[in-house]
Write a protein that binds this ligand. Structure first.
Ligand code: PEP
Ligand code: MN
Length: 297
């Protein structure tokens, strides 16, 4: 652990780092939810998603412009056109933007729009990319690699911080295991481990962990219960037509229902998850989700 010079929590009493993102806080007392589509597919779906997730209590908007896809023939994002739409959505909704950077050559374009630059799981150990975002002061959302240990995740964060950027948010998004009922296995223990070892905020991505939308609310509830600082969740106005990750995307109504269910759990766990006063309340959860959340609430 001696190489964790900047990431380490040196004493149990050391305060956790809260990161300011354009007026929103990640870490600290707040439980911060980031939501939006996997990919920006067009203006209409992005604007609708932004307005809806905001009304349901999300504090930041996610949306991919540059998409890392397993197949080279899959939809790989709209690139600059998507960045322009994200800027428009930010203006219209007031939500700060989280979007992925895959190539250091796009850093200026991405940083011009992003309030948080996402480094995806596949690039967690792309050290030149980590150095590039480390040279900036834009907060970075660093996702755990598909087969990376907690220690490797922390050392990847260390790479960013060693270049001077201390604004790093860690994200557990599921790891590869032998289990096939979910896309990845959410390493729920990684959250309390990380909270002990580092002062950096830790959020959970239940969408990529589960790979199926029916399990997302239950994993989100687990994340709250083990002390995560927030979530990043995929939503889509019509998941069946999504160009990427539709199977794991919540509908706008499903997201609203999940937020309603999470609020009392967060309160029980001593975290603030403030929903807008007029957040949708006439929303219901699916059966599997409902029973999982009833146990927690
Ligand atoms: C994403 O957030 O859409 C994504 C590609 O995530 P990950 O890097 O965790 O697979
Ligand atoms: Mn995705």
């Amino acid at each position: 652990m001696t190489d964790q010079r900047l990431t380490a929590r040196t004493a149990p009493t050391q305060p956790a780092t809260a990161i300011d993102v354009a007026g929103e806080t990640v870490g600290g007392a707040a439980f911060t939810v980031i939501a939006g589509p996997c990919s920006v597919e067009g203006r209409e779906m992005l604007m609708r998603s932004a307005a809806s997730v905001r009304a349901s209590g999300a504090r930041l908007l996610r949306g991919g412009a540059f998409k890392p896809r397993t197949s080279p023939y899959a939809f790989r994002g709209l690139g600059q056109a998507a960045l322009d739409l994200l800027a428009e959505a930010r203006e219209a909704s007031g939500l700060p933007i989280v979007t992925e950077l895959m190539d250091a050559r796009d850093l200026d374009a991405v940083a011009a729009v992003a309030d948080v630059i996402q480094i995806g799981a596949r690039n967690m150990q792309n050290f030149s990319l980590l150095a590039a975002v480390g040279e900036r002061r834009t907060p970075v959302l660093l996702k755990r690699g598909l087969s990376a240990t907690v220690n490797e995740l922390l050392l990847a964060a260390e790479h960013i911080m060693a270049h001077g950027n201390f604004e790093v948010i860690l994200c557990e998004r599921g790891i590869r295991t032998f289990e096939t009922s979910t896309r990845n296995t959410l390493d729920i223990a990684a959250i309390p481990v990380l909270k002990q070892e580092t002062h950096l905020p830790v959020i959970v991505d239940p969408s990529h962990a589960a790979g199926r939308s029916d399990l997302v609310p239950a994993l989100a509830a687990a994340a709250v219960a083990v002390g995560a600082d927030g979530l990043i969740v995929e939503v889509h106005p019509d998941p069946s037509t999504a160009l990427s990750d539709g199977a794991q995307s919540l509908t706008l109504e499903g997201f609203a229902a999940m937020m309603r269910a999470l609020a009392p759990i967060a309160a029980t766990c001593g975290r603030r998850l403030d929903l807008p006063v007029d957040a949708p309340s006439d929303v219901s959860l699916g059966v599997a989700t409902h029973s999982a959340l009833r146990v927690c609430a």
